[in-house]
Design a protein around this ligand. Structure first.
Ligand code: AMP
Length: 415
């Protein structure tokens, strides 16, 4: 079933959204992107004449009630965004009556799902090494089913619009779908768009395809780097991982960030790229700082000849040019992870050069997908989010989808 083909009139819809929004110390939302992202789905249901039961997690309360992570803090913002009142259910697993009383057009917001360990389905207070762990896990999986069944009992139809958690097999993202038949479960608009964007990258590749992977470490990105190696024409590896590669090639990297236990892995990646005919582009020069600070003294130096007491913090001018040369002519572009410590204004040039080259390519007709928290923060910081083809809301979910893994949140709808 697709959301466009479904008429929600007089139906109660339970919708999993990702309202895990950042709050300041006073509990005020600092970035409402995720709420705005879910609005098309929520508004369609209300416009059809349905009633809404909204469920989400917030933060990591680890299966315990914790006021710091209460969704009551965002109730008024959700009401404002929807343009209608919102009723709050302070216990997500005891909201049957509140749900039953909902009239068409009314909205119920359930308290944080992760106040219950059943949501994530992981046993609490027991380590994996404990001999009783397997039994505890089995028991928790049973409890997770019951919890999912309870949530499902509130509604006639289930919609999953939480791409950010689609790679998790949680009660509200996957298990709950077992309690709805095929005609009464579907992806929301945001999920549809995300799945489509990934599909464009994976199955509808226009060449050349340039992927840019940055961030601090190679170890957290290895799965996707290996997977991309079979698909891309150009692979830019930048950010902190530059120095692991530079060291692996015998370079001198001063005090730069480096994963010393990943030098062999770096050499393997280089060999693999060569064997597969992938043009691997690594930084050749960098902006080095004499401290990890925005106010550090800086100098441009070769990425493989950084003096002690200095660390590579951003891509240098020659590197930025080399990156732009493989980004601008590309027809498919994926960007995940910054090219430098972009949080410091004096070390944004590399990430900015990447973003600007992506915008140029997009203007010439390329499909460009930017995903993962930090690269999204980059395009937002540079005011370029509207100038790329698609900005994904997913971090881990996006990477897993591009690695080619089926997302449990999507698979559960198809069953
Ligand atoms: P990740 O979480 O692995 O995607 O990495 C994102 C982080 O990498 C950002 O906070 C950047 O500041 C950081 N980063 C990028 N380049 C460097 C660098 N050369 N040295 C240290 N950190 C970096």
């Amino acid at each position: 079933m697709t959301i466009d083909n479904y008429n929600f009139a007089n139906k109660k819809a339970i919708v999993r959204v990702d309202f895990n929004v950042p709050l300041d110390e006073n509990g005020h939302i600092t970035d409402d992107t995720r709420i705005r992202g879910a609005l098309p789905t929520l508004k369609k249901i209300l416009a059809d004449g349905g009633s809404l039961i909204i469920m989400s997690h917030m933060g990591k309360p680890k299966g315990k009630v914790n006021a710091k992570f209460s969704l009551s803090q965002i109730k008024d913002d959700v009401a404002k965004a929807l343009g209608t009142d919102v009723i709050f259910a302070p216990d997500c697993a005891n909201a049957k009556e509140a749900a039953a009383n909902l009239k068409p057009g009314q909205v119920l917001l359930l308290e944080n799902l992760r106040f219950y360990p059943e949501e994530e389905g992981k046993p609490v207070g027991i380590e994996k090494e404990d001999p009783a762990y397997d039994a505890a896990k089995k028991e928790m999986k049973e409890r997770q089913k019951e919890f999912s069944k309870t949530l499902a009992s509130y509604a006639d139809v289930y919609v999953n619009d939480a791409f950010g958690t689609a790679h998790r097999k949680h009660a509200s993202t996957a298990v709950i779908a077992d309690y709805f038949d095929k005609d009464n479960k579907m992806l929301g608009y945001l999920m549809e768009k995300e799945v489509q964007a990934v599909d464009n990258i994976l199955s509808n590749i226009q060449r050349p395809f340039t992927a840019i992977m940055g961030g601090s470490k190679v170890s957290t990105k290895i799965g996707i780097i290996e997977n991309l190696m079979d698909k891309v024409d150009n692979l830019i590896l930048c950010g902190g991982m530059t120095y692991t590669f530079a060291k692996a090639m015998g370079g001198k990297i001063g005090d730069s960030i480096c994963e010393d236990d990943k030098l062999d892995l770096a050499r393997e990646i280089m060999a693999k790229a060569k064997a597969k005919g992938v043009n691997l582009v690594l930084g050749t020069d960098c902006v080095a700082g004499n401290a990890f600070s925005n106010d550090a003294e800086t100098m441009i130096c070769p990425s493989n000849d950084i003096p002690d007491g200095w660390e590579g913090m951003d891509a240098g001018p020659e590197t930025r040019k080399a990156f732009a040369e493989v980004i601008e002519p590309a027809k498919t572009i994926l960007w995940n992870g910054p090219a430098g410590v972009f949080e410091f204004d004096n070390f944004t040039a590399g990430s900015r050069a990447i973003a600007e080259a992506i915008v140029k390519a997009t203007e010439k007709g390329a499909f460009s997908l930017v995903g993962g928290g930090d690269s999204v923060a980059c395009v937002n910081k540079f005011g370029l989010a509207d100038s790329v083809s698609y900005v994904s809301t997913g971090g881990g979910a996006l990477l897993e989808a591009i690695e080619g893994k089926e997302l449990p949140g999507v698979a559960a709808i198809k069953k």
